[in-house]
Design a protein. Structure first.
Length: 339
């Protein structure tokens, strides 16, 4: 009986994990997100979709469930050239044998391309399935790294503003007001125009340097509230420094706010990367992402080739939906009012 009386109560994270396990939607969403992250790791290690640039199919090869493209096969017949004008040409047989020898020797041999692929092919015959997996690597990395940078900046700025107050708070509030007074898309495009160079690092900087305002507002409010709590006063009484009180005592108690903001920003930044790549401010030529795939798909739709659009938009919708559902469940699980 005495042992039960002095048993430690579960902490915030233990209670949150218990609530998440009881939520089936949250666990399914977490499994989907984990699957995407595992695919990202395998792709970055070169174990999956490393040969996405290989011309595996004919140009605009349709998905397998549609079947071969009759128009493409007719085009191949036309490219073979018209039949000889004189069917009784005495050299026709010799020319045919010579062509056959050249094909066998490899002088005119070309890579065998499939007429259909599981998810189809693009203009250059790249497998859409492998291209989508490789594009996920770029888009998800951009979302995760940019969100981490934005939350780190927002937490740092919010901690100083909320803890010290006064002139420090006024400065960061003025800085925050500048960023929030300009529409986010215009701010993103402005930073993109200033940085000029294209690349994954550029996109991360664009999104990270413009997306810190949301975490800043919430973390600042939490620090203003927690700095007057008893445990912070006790730390001050034993001579703890300001930095120790800010990051060793207060930060662990507001870290769940930063975690929820991180998961929210990942979703937003994945969609923002797609928009930037679609507008031409995204990844450079030779690097594939979901945004660059959607940019290519707009021209393919005119020709009735919809499979690249469907693949990129479909997997992005699945990931964003799963991440959003998991974020909602995580926010509810970490809500102190539900303890």
């Amino acid at each position: 009986m005495a042992a039960n009386e002095f048993r430690a109560s579960p902490g915030l994270w233990a209670l949150a994990w218990k609530r998440l396990r009881a939520d089936r939607v949250a666990m399914v969403s977490l499994a989907v997100v984990a699957l995407f992250l595992a695919t990202l790791v395998l792709s970055s290690l070169g174990l999956v979709a490393s040969d996405w640039e290989r011309e595996a199919g004919v140009s605009y090869a349709p998905p397998t469930f549609i079947g071969p493209d009759l128009a493409a096969r007719e085009a191949d017949v036309l490219e073979a050239g018209p039949p000889p004008a004189n069917a009784f040409d005495p050299l026709a047989e010799d020319i045919a044998q010579l062509r056959e020898q050249l094909d066998r020797s490899g002088a005119r041999a070309e890579t065998v391309r499939s007429e259909t692929l599981p998810f189809g092919a693009d203009k250059w015959g790249h497998d859409i399935l492998k291209k989508t997996i490789k594009g996920a690597e770029t888009s998800i990395v951009v979302g995760l790294v940019a969100a981490t940078l934005a939350v780190a900046l927002g937490t740092l700025f919010g901690a100083f503003a909320g803890y010290f107050g006064g002139l420090v708070d006024d400065f960061f509030t003025w800085f925050y007001s500048i960023f929030t007074s300009i529409p986010s898309i215009l701010m993103i495009l402005t930073v993109a125009a200033v940085l000029q160079a294209k690349g994954v690092l550029t996109i991360v900087l664009i999104l990270g340097l413009t997306g810190w305002t949301g975490p800043y507002r919430l973390i600042r409010a939490e620090y203003m509230k927690h700095k007057a709590r008893e445990y912070v006063m006790a730390a001050d009484a034993i001579g703890a420094s300001h930095l120790r009180k800010m990051f060793s005592h207060i930060l662990p108690n507001v870290s769940h706010i930063a975690l929820v903001q991180l998961s929210i920003l990942v979703v937003g930044f994945i969609k923002a990367e797609v928009i930037l790549s679609f507008l031409g401010f995204g990844v450079p030529v030779g690097v594939v992402s979901w945004g660059s795939m959607l940019g290519e798909a707009q021209n393919e739709l005119i020709l009735g080739k919809w499979w690249q659009l469907a693949a990129a938009a479909g997997v992005m919708a699945v990931l964003v939906t799963a991440f959003s559902l998991f974020t909602d469940a995580l926010r509810d699980a970490l809500d102190p009012k539900l303890k």
